[in-house]
Design a binder for this molecule. Structure first.
Ligand SMILES: NC(=O)c1ccc[n+]([C@@H]2O[C@H](COP(=O)([O-])OP(=O)(O)OC[C@H]3O[C@@H](n4cnc5c(N)ncnc54)[C@H](O)[C@@H]3O)[C@@H](O)[C@H]2O)c1
Length: 250
């Protein structure tokens, strides 16, 4: 098994792509750190990971808070003594408007949750990843390069463009110590993201905006994340992988 004895930390692992990614890593032999702001969701994922006989650490944390991020890293290293893979996956989505000014209401929250957390986790994890020659995978979005299907998600898309840029620059810096950094950029994926974000739109609406006319199952993205974390991807760093059913070309 490719990830035997590896330690993989996944934020937002209580639902959707993070949940399926955690289960897939556990199936491949990894010990997993499951981080989510909702403990019940995290525990549900943990139960599914434990069936593969691996160690599972659940940490309730709000990644928009610096103290919580520090606590996650401390508990991870105290428990396992190392980190091999960091998956920055959790994020929030808001529908906002420029003309009525609502864009300002959630801007700081979006930046803190979707971008600042990625920089903070990367900074705290980097010395540990340098020791294990580990890697980072950031869950970005097709929204970083194409804003057409969701003009009201302008702040969200901007935070994801920041994630792409930071993925490339951090890959350049951390390449010096043998750490790879990549991003996945999904199009529509059938998760609880819209419900969790209070957005009353069906996935079908977003599927129609893609070249293939479909939305993805979370496992499609989880498989790409696991591939990018594997030895097979030893030569891949600083890449932002579109997995968008052709949304960006339509
Ligand atoms: N679903 C899509 O169509 C889609 C498309 C492109 C990108 N993405 C990205 O994929 C990632 C995962 O989204 P998903 O679709 O699996 O969503 P999801 O809502 O199913 O799961 C996200 C999880 O993150 C947790 N979370 C949210 N904010 C948090 C915080 N501040 N602290 C800790 N945990 C928090 C939630 O509790 C939830 O369990 C996100 O970065 C999202 O931007 C999703």
């Amino acid at each position: 098994m490719e990830f035997e004895n590896k330690v993989v930390l996944i934020t937002g692992a209580g639902s959707g792509m993070g949940e399926v990614t955690a289960i897939l890593f556990a199936k491949e032999g990894a010990n997993v750190v499951i981080v989510d702001m909702f403990e019940d969701r995290a525990q549900k994922t943990a139960e599914q990971c434990k069936q593969f006989g691996k160690k599972v650490l659940v940490i309730k944390a709000d990644i928009s808070k610096a103290d919580d991020i520090e606590n996650v890293m401390k508990k991870t290293i105290d428990t396992f003594g190392k980190l091999d893979v960091l998956v920055n996956n959790a994020a929030m989505l808001k529908s906002v408007k420029i003309l009525d000014g609502t864009i300002m209401d959630s801007l700081d929250d979006l930046i803190r949750t979707n971008f600042r957390s990625v920089v903070h986790f990367t900074t705290l994890a980097a010395p540990h990843l340098a020791k294990t020659k580990g890697c980072i995978i950031n869950n970005s979005s097709v929204g970083s390069v194409s804003v057409r299907s969701g003009p009201l998600f302008s702040s969200y898309c901007a935070t994801k463009a920041a994630v792409d840029s930071f993925t490339k620059s951090s890959a350049l810096q951390l390449g010096e110590v043998g750490v790879r950094v990549n991003a996945v950029n999904p199009g529509p994926v059938r998760t609880n993201f819209l419900d969790n974000s209070g957005i009353p739109i069906e996935w079908e609406h977003f599927a129609k905006a893609t070249a293939l006319g479909r939305s993805s199952h979370p496992s499609e993205v989880a498989n790409l994340i696991v591939y990018l974390a594997s030895e097979k991807a030893a030569g891949i760093t600083g890449a932002c992988y579109l997995i968008d059913n052709g949304q960006s070309i339509k």
